[in-house]
Design a protein around this ligand. Structure first.
Ligand code: PMP
Length: 289
């Protein structure tokens, strides 16, 4: 089925959706993006994603003439036009079209805005049932990982390396500590049932799912500690898991071929996943998103 895609103010069939070869997103990866999950045809945590989009835009001195209501309307229209029940809306904003030059034009170029839907089973996810095997790799990305840019070559290579080694994903390590997953935040649960995830900084993306999961955990009297941890600590933890918008919570069952805990998806990861789904559906029923 041909999807309907949003390109700079127009809704067009995907076969007609295109941007200029001079777009700075294409030439310099001069662009940012957001991915918002869709459950039962509704957006999950949209406010958080919109807020982070603005933060990314500000950090890169990029300008977008659409406010949050307009952005939300684009998301909703895409969901309707594509009859999307479960999956995601991808939104990308680049600095737009200019003659190729490392320095971008001082005057504001109109941003290029593209958005599309993608179907994905989220609630009944086979990966969530079986848990993920991860490998560790050195974190070789740039120093502003808090900005959600489209320069995703290293994470993409890390994922391919994981696949090549018979695993599902990679956790990235810098100065001996895990920063995050290739496209997710990394968590462990210690033997006192304390949840541990890296503190926020420029070294990692400030995950929207991370924030919501942390809030839910605290509301349910779980202890959360924000600090770095080593691969060894993770291998010896009671549980490990990762969070991202379209995986929600995925249990991690092995790290560098060593089973974590029993080697099966952990109870706390499964409970957090359930809580996250419940809370998202409740927020929808309450008319948010
Ligand atoms: N870290 C990285 C590097 C990511 O790419 C992602 C997902 N895009 C995340 C963390 C998780 O962020 P979120 O929960 O907002 O999807």
């Amino acid at each position: 089925m041909l999807r309907t895609v949003y390109v700079n103010g127009r809704y067009v069939p995907e076969s007609e959706a295109s941007v200029s070869v001079f777009d700075r997103g294409f030439l310099f990866a001069d662009g940012i993006y957001e991915v918002t999950a869709v459950l039962k045809g509704r957006l999950v945590d949209f406010e958080g994603h919109a807020a982070r989009l603005h933060r990314s835009l500000n950090e890169l001195n990029m300008h977008l003439s659409l406010n949050d209501n307009a952005l939300r309307d684009i998301h909703r229209q895409l969901i309707d036009k594509n009859a999307l029940q479960e999956g995601l809306v991808y939104l990308q904003v680049t600095r737009g079209v200019a003659d190729r030059d490392f320095a971008y034009p001082e005057s504001q170029t109109p941003a290029t805005v593209v958005a599309f839907t993608q179907q994905k089973p989220i609630i009944d996810s086979p990966l969530a049932e079986r848990g993920l095997k991860v490998i560790s790799l050195p974190d070789m990305r740039w120093g502003r990982r808090d900005i959600k840019t489209v320069q995703l070559l290293y994470p993409s290579m890390a994922k391919m390396e994981a696949k090549k080694r018979g695993a599902d994903d990679a956790w990235l390590v810098e100065s001996g500590l895990v920063t995050e997953g290739s496209s997710s935040n990394a968590w462990i649960v210690d033997h006192d049932n304390t949840l541990i995830t890296r503190e926020l900084s420029r070294s990692l993306l400030h995950g929207i799912t991370r924030r919501t999961v942390m809030q839910l955990a605290r509301e349910h009297d779980m202890k959360v500690e924000e600090r770095g941890f080593t691969i060894k600590e993770a291998q010896n933890a009671r549980e490990a898991f990762m969070t991202s918008a379209t995986s929600l919570v995925y249990p991690v069952v092995s790290i560098d071929q060593r089973p974590v805990g029993s080697g099966e998806p952990g109870e706390i990861a499964r409970a957090l996943r359930r809580l996250y789904i419940e809370a998202s559906l409740e927020a929808m029923d309450a008319g948010q998103n």
